[in-house]
Design a protein around this ligand. Structure first.
Ligand SMILES: *Cc1c(COP(=O)(O)O)cnc(C)c1O
Length: 423
């Protein structure tokens, strides 16, 4: 698309946007002056769908009305409640229903996956992780290594970008796997990096890893609901994500897990188990032996929090209507417009560290402003922008196709332009 640096052009794009009406399905946080914020933080906490309140209310009412009988008699019976989410969630991440379950939270799930897929043995005892991985992922990895009686300094193999660059080059990822493949037990990367916004080719990385006998898992916290994940096709062993970022399911809401179908009937696989992973027809017989549900549901431990699931379901219905392909299409032009306008600033202190290739990013752009400090962020916040600041000098902004507009993008860049003057 040929973009124009012009407010009317932005308005025109909004008028032509087939997804524009979805904005009114969300609560946009208001400023004190009664105007809407420019909310570019959907990569951190997605906005609340207006339908979520009623979804929660329904479960509170059924609890009031039925007590424990709600497990069977609620409008949406609680007993199989997680199953109501599976198909829509699987569609978003490009997986088969047997490969996807909603349970626990992200870091918990990451640990559960490492219990099953990090099996250090002899020389093959390392986990490959990126230097710019999210801190929680690094803590989880280091503690798993220690749990096996090993030393994280020796067993965490760090993938660094080339000196002076923020993003990884594909050939460097391949090179480190080729070189150290027989020492790597598990490759664990963020499929869309939280800091740079780089979106990795999971299929290639999985193939490189598998060729060397490594297990491969991805943290899709910044990918789910943002980029086409095609998890089944990607052939990775597992993936985990949360539902409160792009998936708009509320603070601390439950996460999602993918385990590839090829592990679905593996009776030898080790995992931590609980009653909710037991076969449904005999679960309540409380027999001595654990009989696993085929597929990823076997990893469930506890009966899940219905209120959190109600919020997820309400959000997934919106995604089903909007459709991931349509959202991706809009995300590419919306983020492309943001990139165009930021470049138009022609200010050499402003530099986008996210890859230029739309195939290698989602909707987030990470904008580095050299010599800036947190005052810059405070200044744009005063003007009504909600974004995210990462020390020392990066603003992360995520125009989300479900509820952000081209006008949001245009106004944001005007505010940024003013804020960077004089830096
Ligand atoms: C958001 C995020 C987390 C947060 O983990 P929780 O267990 O949900 O608190 C972890 N890893 C990555 C990559 C994230 O983006």
């Amino acid at each position: 698309m040929i973009y124009q640096n012009d407010k009317n052009f932005a308005l025109q794009l909004d008028q032509q946007d087939p997804l524009a009406s979805f904005r009114s399905r969300f609560h946009i946080p208001m400023r004190q002056n009664g105007e809407e914020h420019i909310y570019f933080c959907g990569n951190s906490l997605g906005l609340q769908p207006k339908s979520t309140k009623d979804a929660l209310h329904q479960e509170l009412e059924d609890w009031k009305k039925y007590g424990v009988e709600g497990h069977f008699h609620a409008k949406n019976p609680w007993m199989p409640y997680h199953e109501f989410l599976t198909e829509a969630m699987a569609e978003i991440v490009g997986a088969k229903p047997i490969e996807v379950v909603v349970m626990n939270t992200l870091t918990v799930n990451l640990h559960l996956m490492m219990v099953s897929f990090y099996k250090p043995s002899g020389k093959r005892n390392k986990i490959l992780i990126s230097s710019n991985a999210f801190p929680s992922d690094k803590y989880a990895v280091a503690s798993q290594i220690k749990f096996h009686g090993l030393n994280p300094d020796e067993c965490m193999l760090i993938l660094d970008p080339v000196e002076g660059e923020a993003c990884h080059r594909e050939e460097d990822i391949k090179a480190i796997i080729d070189k150290h493949g027989d020492e790597i037990a598990l490759i664990l990367l963020g499929n869309t990096n939280y800091y740079t916004g780089q979106f990795y080719d999971m299929k290639k990385i999985s193939a490189w890893g598998h060729e060397k006998g490594c297990k491969v898992g991805f943290d899709c916290a910044h990918g789910a609901g943002n980029v086409p994940l095609n998890l089944h096709e990607s052939n990775c062993d597992f993936a985990v994500w949360c539902s409160y970022k792009y998936l708009n399911s509320g603070p601390g809401s439950l996460g999602g897990v993918f385990i590839h179908e090829r592990h679905a009937h593996d009776k030898e696989i080790s995992r931590f188990e609980g009653w909710w992973g037991h076969k449904k027809d005999t679960r309540f017989k409380m027999r001595d032996d654990f009989e696993a549900i085929p597929g990823v549901e076997a990893w469930q431990l506890s009966n899940p929090p219905i209120l959190s699931m109600a919020a997820i379901w309400s959000s997934l219905k919106i995604f089903k209507e909007a459709n991931m392909d349509n959202l991706r299409k809009k995300a590419i032009t919306l983020t492309g417009y943001l990139e165009f306008l930021v470049k138009q600033l022609g200010n050499e202190v402003v530099n986008i560290i996210t890859p230029e290739d739309p195939a290698q990013r989602g909707c987030q752009l990470s904008i580095q402003v050299k010599h800036a400090d947190k005052r810059l962020y405070e200044n744009i916040t005063k003007e009504g922008v909600i974004a995210d600041w990462r020390e020392p000098d990066v603003i992360r902004v995520a125009p989300v196709p479900l509820y952000n507009s081209y006008t949001d993008v245009y106004q944001f860049v005007k505010i940024l332009e003013k804020a960077v003057q004089g830096i």
